[in-house]
Design a protein around this ligand. Structure first.
Ligand SMILES: Cc1cc2nc3c(=O)[nH]c(=O)nc-3n(C[C@H](O)[C@H](O)[C@H](O)COP(=O)(O)OP(=O)(O)OC[C@H]3O[C@@H](n4cnc5c(N)ncnc54)[C@H](O)[C@@H]3O)c2cc1C
Ligand SMILES: *[C@@H]1O[C@H](CO)[C@@H](O)[C@H](O)[C@H]1NC(C)=O
Ligand SMILES: *[C@@H]1O[C@H](CO)[C@@H](O)[C@H](O)[C@H]1NC(C)=O
Length: 306
């Protein structure tokens, strides 16, 4: 009995510690797909960068200190499209699932939680923004934040903008995949309505543009939800015309200042207002801080009723 337990323990110890966790194998696999040295791109649980990346990328601290949840075998931070492709193929080869992360703002933690062994494909180093003022378009890599998008457009033009969300740290990857509502939606629709091309890496590692993925897939990735179809590495968007001067105002009303009447009436007039006017009403228990951000693009009237 003792002998067999010893044997069992010995046997368990000598089993290679699950092949999908082997950094060398994974890094070697990655090097087949990349031109750069993949050591700076693949972060194992032993690398000093691992804990930092895991903490920095998750915008929702809810699961941060949980000891019961599985941590990714590797975090991969691609700098090129080939490395994105490589990560998908190598994960597949090693039996690992892939969680894609852009801005890390997912409410349910879908970009960094997984029940099975997995890697996080963290696009933190894949975030360049290339603006073509002449043609009023831009190519935006998914790791960029929407704040970076607005800032980069504003640096080049004060009469062009892009209709997307309010919170500047939201990532383009998840945001554009799910639609993207914001202050210009009445006039220009969702972020997804203004996407004209994309670079898409599918489960087989193929890199496809709009023509190659076909109109059905192109339709689905603009609103169908992040991580549903593959990795969208970059998006080509149509910029929209905005006035160089914008009026922004905030009105606070408490319940005893006819706050209820205001909200009631607002429901009847909101849809009849000119499209250039965006109104957001926040009904709050207590006075909170309102982060409206850099909305030079549309007029903002925010009515608070507490
Ligand atoms: C503080 C805050 C403010 C917000 N404000 C707004 C707002 O004003 N308007 C609005 O419309 N929404 C808003 N949202 C919602 C936000 O748009 C979504 O949560 C969005 O999915 C976040 O994208 P992300 O890239 O930051 O998140 P992530 O957690 O990185 O990704 C979200 C999901 O998309 C997947 N994904 C990420 N990148 C890619 C990619 N490149 N290819 C394929 N799948 C990918 C992930 O796997 C995950 O399932 C807000 C969210 C927060 C937390
Ligand atoms: C997680 O743990 C660190 C270190 O103990 C601590 O500083 C941090 O506040 C914790 N975060 C949460 C969300 O519990
Ligand atoms: C604008 O688009 C045209 C046609 O695609 C292209 O030839 C031109 O180089 C673009 N302009 C810039 C500044 O890239």
């Amino acid at each position: 009995m003792v002998y067999s337990i010893t044997l069992l323990v010995f046997f368990l110890l000598t089993i290679t510690p699950i092949s999908y966790g082997n950094l060398q194998d994974f890094a070697t696999c990655m090097s087949f797909h990349t031109t750069s040295t993949s050591s700076s791109v693949v972060h194992s649980q032993q690398s000093s960068s691992y804990a930092y990346l895991l903490q920095e990328s998750q915008q929702n601290p809810r699961w941060l200190n949980s000891t019961s949840l599985l941590k990714p075998s590797f975090i991969v931070t691609p700098k090129t499209q080939n490395e994105i492709q490589g990560a998908i193929l190598c994960a597949k080869k090693h039996g690992l699932q892939v969680r894609v992360m852009s801005g890390g703002h997912d409410y349910e933690g879908l970009s960094f939680l997984c029940k099975n062994p997995f890697i996080i494909l963290d696009l933190v180093d894949y975030r360049s923004i290339n603006i073509d003022i002449e043609n009023e378009t831009a190519w935006i890599q998914s790791g960029a934040t929407i704040g970076e998008v607005y800032y980069n457009i504003a640096k080049k033009s004060n009469t062009l903008g892009f209709p997307a969300g309010l919170c500047p740290s939201v990532g383009v990857g998840g945001h554009f995949s799910g639609g993207g509502i914001g202050t210009m939606m009445r006039k220009y629709g969702l972020a997804a309505d203004n996407i004209i091309d994309a670079s898409f890496v599918d489960a087989n590692g193929r890199i496809l543009n709009r023509g190659e993925m076909g109109e059905n897939v192109f339709w689905a990735i603009r609103g169908g939800g992040g991580a549903s179809f593959g990795v969208i590495s970059a998006w080509k968007v149509k910029l929209v015309r905005v006035p160089s001067l914008v009026t922004v105002f905030t009105i606070h009303k408490r319940l005893d200042q006819e706050g209820v009447k205001l909200v009631h009436n607002w429901q009847y007039i909101a849809s009849k207002l000119p499209e250039g006017l965006f109104i957001r009403v926040l009904i709050q228990q207590i006075d909170g801080v309102d982060c409206q951000g850099n909305v030079k693009q549309a007029e903002v009237l925010s009515i608070h009723s507490s």
